[in-house]
Write a protein that binds this ligand. Structure first.
Ligand code: PEP
Ligand code: MG
Length: 755
């Protein structure tokens, strides 16, 4: 039977004595290897520690030549020790020298030992070193011996993590714990932030590793498992969780893991080796993590998070609350590190101290990305194993622009980023100075600059940028960050608050633009072949009129006494607009019939973002009160190139003859019908693109708050008339060039326009 190991209990008791002895770190290591070798009846026991340069240095040995300590190193992947470090798996061999990875090191004198057992020293799934025992005779190590060595390795991991071994390294080398790491992920929110790591949900610190009474530890573990199962059952049965669809599936998977016999048996077995219940949970989770992190199957990797969650729940039950910072007392210059984080959790932190966010998960369209962008906090996602690699307090640089993270950076890297941040700050300062200056071109053309918003938190940007209003309020963001479908009253409350903050400045509310990549967690997910071309935005609104009508009602009520502007996303035909207008008019009539106050005036506009509308321009410009161009979608559909797919999204340039002619036809037709037109897609917020748009005749833009400064600086230096002449000429004699960008750049340089 595996499990209750008398030998292991003795080993752990002896290890505890060594750990408690008042000796130097080297002496402690030297004693540990003697104890381990003796207990496992091995002639050799050696500890290798992972260094900053990814090599493994021999730190202590019983049995090999002592002179080799701090001299012998193995490169990552080299020899059996290197192999264990790179696979993060134990390796037991009865004839080590026959193994193809065996590498002979004469200075160690290990040629006489035939059998070999090595285990990785793991912490949080990250390899910190390798622990090895060897015997002269050819023998097979038992499962119990592998288990004992793994348990011992866990104690070593804590010793390394505590930092006691740092001073022992060979001169000039540092151990892996502190090595700088440059990790590439994906951009969630732009900007550069420097600071020190704060773990969103810190690891529960385990101080008590070795059990006094294994029987009691089994009982503690069983009790914690029972508590955890109960909590999960309650979570599933609770009324506020959607009872169908994907959400339910996720929770059921969670429940399945909580009852997984293999996982639970492993933990019980480890407790029986003499570890405390919490140490056993940590051990098993660390092993599982190390194995699963090497999986490429996204499904399996996703399941790792479920297991992590469960392990953390168990640890919290066993040890009590984690000892992290509270959200209010965040230190200065905090970089938040999390596996994943709900958008609401980010809003809980004191934004004044937050310099950046690093996540293991989270793509550019995730909700957390939306909130980080709204708050102006640089954020990077998809940094594998970030929570294990980064310790609280570590220096971290978040480069949101490049989608990269520097962990414990070298001084030169840190200085380079400090320069980058300073440059950015200087530019921001220049833009701030422009705040009170008019948005007028050099030749006297007035340009309207508004901002895009979607949450109450980004309304502060109105004052910060001095923009004239909000040209695009993405109402779906409230729906995306909520746990449940916002009620009409909740919607009305948000719109009312937004109008209040705007204090008379115009707000253009866009009705729900969901579907496609904008998925509501509590709504049943539709499997569609091409979601971007599928059931989304106004299509859902017209097919599920209750949803749209409820929103329009909330808007009309919130806008009582105000000039209201509402626009409709993804309108593909004039007929769709007429149907939606009818619905809005019915709501207005109902409001009047009920004797309620409504808006002083109501303008109903159309987003131009589906190319079919380009062939009904005179009609739509006649019917709609205003047009707003969603260049993000318009260009994706015009060029049939997915805006989220990097392979193709940059393949076609909106500043090409095709893109610019499409945009010219809209501004021309709108002009003929005297219909106001704004550009609210990203294109309007990029100086060189905005230059081209002004040259085409556009006079109104709505953009992210961060773009207002650069665009204003550009346009104040621009001669719009001259730019128009040039662009007209280029478009009149298009020569098949992929893009007019180089010509526009040259023009900007010639006119000394900063772009
Ligand atoms: C657009 O498509 O350009 C737009 C502004 O809408 P969204 O980015 O929200 O789809
Ligand atoms: Mg759009």
């Amino acid at each position: 039977m595996r499990g209750a190991l008398g030998g292991s209990g003795v080993l752990l008791r002896r290890l505890r004595e060594v750990m408690a002895a008042p000796v130097s770190p080297q002496e402690r290591l030297d004693r540990l290897v003697v104890v381990i070798a003796g207990n496992l009846v091995a002639e050799v026991c050696s500890v290798y520690v992972l260094r900053e340069d990814s090599s493994l240095e021999l730190y202590a040995t019983e049995g090999l030549n002592r002179e080799a300590v701090h001299l012998t190193t193995m490169r990552a992947g080299e020899g059996l020790v290197g192999l264990i470090a790179s696979d993060a798996e134990p390796l037991a061999l009865s004839d080590a020298q026959a193994h193809p990875a065996f590498s002979y090191r004469p200075e160690t004198g290990e040629e006489i030992y035939r059998s070999f057992l090595g285990v990785p020293i793991l912490r949080g799934g990250a390899v910190m070193g390798v622990l090895v025992v060897q015997n002269r005779a050819s023998r097979l190590y038992s499962e119990d011996e592998v288990e004992s060595l793994q348990t011992t390795a866990m104690i070593m991991a804590e010793m390394i993590a505590a930092g006691g071994l740092k001073a022992l390294s060979k001169p000039g080398a540092t151990i892996g714990l502190d090595r700088p790491i440059h990790s590439i992920g994906t951009t969630l929110a732009d900007g550069v932030g420097l600071g020190h790591a704060v773990l969103h949900e810190p690891r529960v610190a385990i101080t008590n590793l070795i059990a006094e009474d294994p029987g009691r530890e089994v009982q503690r573990l069983e009790a914690a498992i029972a508590t955890m199962r109960l909590a999960i059952d309650e979570l599933i049965e609770r009324g506020d969780v959607a009872h169908t669809g994907e959400h339910r599936d996720v929770l059921e998977t969670f429940r399945m893991f909580a009852h997984d016999q293999g996982w639970l048996r492993r933990m019980r077995e480890v407790v029986m080796t003499g570890l405390t219940a919490e140490a056993a949970v940590e051990r098993v989770q660390s092993d599982t993590r190390a194995k699963m992190l090497r999986q490429t199957d996204p499904y399996l990797r996703e399941r790792l998070h479920d297991l992590d969650d469960l392990a953390n729940r168990l640890l919290r039950t066993l040890v009590g609350k984690s000892n992290g910072v509270t959200r209010e007392d965040l230190p200065e210059n905090a970089i938040l590190i999390a596996r994943s984080m709900g958008p609401a959790a980010l809003l809980d932190y004191d934004r004044r101290h937050l310099r950046g966010v690093v996540l293991e998960e989270g793509g550019p369209t995730s909700h957390i990305a939306i909130v980080a962008r709204a708050l102006g906090i640089p954020a990077v996602g998809e940094i594998a194993n970030a929570t294990a690699l980064i310790q609280a307090g570590d220096a971290v640089i978040v480069d949101g622009q490049a989608g990269e993270v520097q962990i414990r950076p070298q001084p030169d890297v840190e200085n380079a980023y400090k320069d980058k941040a300073r440059l950015r700050a200087r530019k921001q300062e220049q833009y701030r100075k422009l705040k009170t200056q008019a948005a007028v071109t050099k030749d006297g053309v007035e340009i309207q600059l508004q901002i895009n918003a979607g949450l109450l938190v980004d309304m502060a940007n109105l004052d910060e940028t001095n923009a004239s209003g909000v040209g695009l309020f993405r109402t779906e963001l409230q729906f995306m960050v909520a746990q449940h479908m916002p009620t009409t009253a909740e919607q009305q409350a948000l719109y009312g608050a937004v109008l209040k903050v705007a204090n008379g400045r115009p707000i253009t509310f866009r009705t729900l633009d969901i579907g496609g990549d904008k998925v509501l967690p509590y709504m049943e997910r539709l499997e569609e072949e091409n979601p971007a071309l599928g059931w989304r935005a106004i299509r859902i609104g017209l097919d599920r009129p209750r949803l749209l009508r409820g929103q329009v009602r909330a808007l009309l009520r919130a806008g009582a006494g105000c000039d209201m502007k509402i626009m409709l996303p993804m309108i593909a035909t004039v007929n769709e607009f007429l149907r939606a207008r009818l619905l809005v008019r019915r709501e207005v009539a109902m409001l009047e019939r009920d004797g309620r106050h409504g808006p002083t005036s109501l303008k109903l506009g159309v987003m131009v973002e589906v190319p079919s509308l380009l062939f009904e321009l005179p009609e739509i410009a006649r019917e709609a009160d205003f047009l707003s161009i969603g260049t993000n979608d318009l260009m994706q559909f015009l060029f049939a190139a997915d805006r989220e797919n990097k392979r193709v999204s940059e393949r076609f340039d909106p500043l090409s003859a095709a893109g610019l002619r499409a945009l010219r036809s809209i501004v021309d037709e709108a002009g003929k019908a005297d219909c106001p037109v704004t550009v609210c897609g990203e294109m309007g917020g990029k100086p060189i693109e905005t230059l081209a748009l002004i040259a085409l005749g556009y006079r109104s833009f709505s953009m992210s708050a961060a773009s207002v400064g650069p665009v204003k600086a550009m346009l104040r230096a621009l001669d719009a008339g001259k730019a128009r002449q040039r662009l007209d000429a280029w478009l009149g004699s298009s020569d098949g060039a992929a893009s007019l960008r180089p010509l526009l750049s040259a023009l900007a340089t010639e006119m000394k326009v900063p772009v």
